[in-house]
Design a protein around this ligand. Structure first.
Ligand code: GLN
Length: 287
């Protein structure tokens, strides 16, 4: 007599969600969202399907994959790295631990840049320290006639940006490896944008949550967090055409020091903008 086939335990989507939520409840600040995103990723479903296909059974492979991802999430790894994706400006961007995970507040910088670039403008924009390419891609998408140059000192990061460029199909972006302004020799720019590193080296925040897994080079900028911003302010002037704009993201408590710095270098119309959480987050000024 043939032995009775083992009855593999059937795990449905709804059961997987419940299990994921249970596993992450104590370790993640966003257990519900994480559970949904990880289950959707493993099962290849979108949000709508979580409800309409909640009785669908996971395959053995999917269950195993989910187990592994839950384990890594419990150890603190950011969900964006686990699934290799993060949404920014309604685009799905590929991300890896070589780059910062794009953040919603950085969309404010994109908005402020777009306010200064008419739809039909044919200007040259540089995004310094582009990381995943988020800002450069958003601007290229919204301003098809501009030329966008995206630079990063990290070849690994630039590879990620390049991949995102290819996926987007946008052809008016150039990716160049190098330290800040080094890859821009000979260029005259209309707008320089950047989300530079701006966290103080001793900031306790670096030991908490997702940032622990992000590249320090993209986060930390010397003792006061202002080293990169000082280089930006000092050098942007040489590359901007008269009246060209410099715009960048910065930390919550840096506006005072940055205003002084920009003033010192001769920039005009220095304005600080607040993000949705009410934090002063983006500086804009022009030559
Ligand atoms: N906003 C990020 C954080 O505080 C820092 C990003 C950056 O340094 N550009 O986690």
């Amino acid at each position: 007599m043939k032995p009775a086939a083992l009855n593999p335990s059937i795990v449905t989507v709804v059961a997987a969600l419940r299990k994921a939520l249970h596993d992450l409840k104590l370790t993640s600040p966003t257990p519900c969202l994480d559970a949904e995103v990880l289950v959707m990723h493993v099962c290849g479903l979108d949000r709508r399907h979580l409800i309409t296909r909640d009785q669908m059974a996971l395959t053995g492979d999917q269950q195993l994959k989910l187990e592994r991802l839950l384990e890594r999430r419990k150890q603190g790894e950011p969900v964006a790295y686990l699934i290799g994706m993060r949404e920014f400006w309604s685009m799905e961007l590929y991300v890896s631990p070589a780059t910062l995970i794009p953040r919603p507040e950085t969309e404010l910088l994109v908005e402020k840049a777009l306010e200064q670039i008419p739809l039909a403008a044919e200007c040259t924009i540089a995004d310094l320290g582009t990381g995943s390419g988020a800002i450069a891609l958003a601007l290229a998408k919204e301003r098809p006639r501009c030329r966008v140059i995206a630079t990063d000192i990290s070849p690994m990061a630039l590879k990620v940006a390049n991949t995102n460029g290819k996926i987007s199909g946008l052809t008016h972006i150039e990716f160049r490896v190098g330290d800040w302004f080094a890859p821009l020799a000979g260029e005259t720019l209309d707008i320089i944008v950047s989300n530079p590193p701006y966290v103080r080296a001793d900031d306790v925040h670096l030991q908490q949550g997702d940032v622990r897994f992000e590249p320090a080079i993209a986060l930390v900028s010397g003792k006061d967090g202002l080293e990169a911003i000082r280089r930006l302010a000092e050098n942007a002037w040489k590359f901007l055409r008269p009246n060209g704009w410099l715009m960048f993201e910065h930390g919550l408590d840096q506006a005072g020091a940055i205003e002084e710095l920009l003033h010192h270098h001769g920039y005009r119309d220095i304005v600080f903008h607040q993000d949705l959480a009410g934090h002063t987050r983006v500086a804009t000024c022009h030559r």
